[in-house]
Design a protein around this ligand. Structure first.
Ligand SMILES: Cc1cc2nc3c(=O)[nH]c(=O)nc-3n(C[C@H](O)[C@H](O)[C@H](O)COP(=O)(O)O)c2cc1C
Length: 364
């Protein structure tokens, strides 16, 4: 089942194939976007941009197809699907290849069981974090189309290496605050130096760390989404879980709501400047899978990077014996800083689909 109502998104290629890319169908014709702005957004996912990312250099220059060029350098959608193609330039296949001795908690073993020898791809194949580059490119387009409709999406790190920075759960986070922290070495609203030190200590030992990214969508009208399988929580989650290393998604107060009483958890309705709002937002802007006019708030948990250079127990599938593995290669000591843009992209694409669906319903 596809997660979308209007859009069709396909991501093609593998981490070490000559190119990777995405094809997005279903956008209305005549929507313009700025490819330079997409490039600036995509730069946030690049390795080397933030602390603890792999020394692998990923240039990620993206070429869009299926669009009409405008005199001002922007591109416009036509009736055709748009494509985003990115060349894979900085690949070193010899660093990888763990099918015989699979890396614990990477996708090597599972993809081998599923696809057999066809899974013998280097660099994580379709399961690599590299595959978030085309997602981010299309997310960059989706963000611009949403912005034209007054909807803005922002993500930041709320927790890294067990250090909890400021969260929307403690105090409302404005779009400007979320954008402001992007200029830091780690995009956290507070305590980024402590988090960086803990991550650095782990990386020094050949280990890795995980964390939590928060994402907020501002300016959404009430009424987007649907009941049952059409619920916006499931659609957002379906795209977010396409990001490798995601192990949990929460909305609003998330799992903490389970320990609250109804009187504490319920968000009272209020009227402000003629608009129905809620006095607080523990529901994360969604009731019954439908937006209620408050910001949609999400938390996304990322596991520590599976490829660590400490010795780990694994198996030798050729001899069916237990053995040890030390993973070599150029790996991110944490994927979280680079995944912030991927979360924003995933959320933007899912929301754009809901917005386009609602626009289509209103026209008919
Ligand atoms: C931006 C990004 C970069 C990543 N870089 C690495 C890496 O360098 N080494 C690694 O082992 N995993 C990396 N991962 C995570 C793995 O791809 C992921 O853990 C693996 O495919 C297994 O999938 P799962 O964790 O969702 O179960 C990265 C993920 C993202 C989002």
């Amino acid at each position: 089942m596809r997660p979308f109502d209007v859009l069709e998104l396909e991501i093609f290629g593998e981490s070490h194939s000559p190119e990777i890319g995405a094809r997005l169908a279903g956008l209305p014709a005549g929507e313009s976007f700025d490819p330079e702005e997409v490039a600036r957004f995509a730069a946030r996912r690049k390795s080397g941009k933030y602390l603890f990312s792999t020394p692998r250099r990923e240039e990620d220059e993206c070429v869009f197809g299926g669009c009409a060029e405008n005199a001002d350098g922007t591109l416009s959608t036509t009736d055709a699907p748009i494509t985003a193609r990115i060349l894979n330039t900085n690949i070193r296949p010899a660093d990888y290849g763990y099918l015989r001795t699979p890396r614990p908690s990477h996708a090597d073993y599972c993809s081998y069981v599923k696809d057999g020898e066809r899974a013998a791809r280097s660099g994580g194949g379709r399961f690599s974090g590299r595959m978030t580059a085309p997602l981010v490119a299309m997310g960059g387009v989706a963000k611009q189309l949403l912005e034209k409709r007054g909807i803005r999406v922002a993500a930041y790190i709320a927790e890294l290496a067990g250090v909890k920075g400021r969260s929307y759960r403690d105090k409302e986070v404005s779009f400007e605050e979320a954008q402001g922290c992007l200029s830091l070495s780690l995009p956290m609203l507070s305590r980024w130096e402590e988090a960086a030190e803990k991550a650095r200590l782990a990386a020094e030992k050949g280990d890795s760390v995980g964390g939590v990214t928060e994402c907020i969508a501002y300016g959404l009208p009430a009424g987007l989404g649907d009941a049952l399988f059409g619920g916006l929580e499931s659609k957002l989650s379906a795209v977010i879980y396409a990001i490798p290393a995601v192990k949990g998604v929460e909305f609003g107060a998330g799992f903490a709501i389970a320990a609250m009483r109804g009187s504490e958890a319920n968000d009272p309705f209020i009227i402000r400047e003629g608009k129905v709002l809620t006095a607080k937002n523990d529901s994360g802007g969604l009731n019954g899978g439908i937006t209620n006019g408050m910001p949609v708030t999400m938390r996304v948990a990322f596991r520590p990077t599976p490829s660590i250079s400490l010795p780990q127990r694994t198996v030798d599938l050729a001899f069916m014996t237990e053995t040890e593995i030390v993973v070599k290669g150029r790996h991110d000591a944490t994927v979280v800083p680079r995944a912030v843009a991927a979360v924003e992209a995933a959320v933007a694409i899912a929301l754009l689909d809901a917005v386009l669906y609602s626009e289509r319903e209103q026209r008919s």
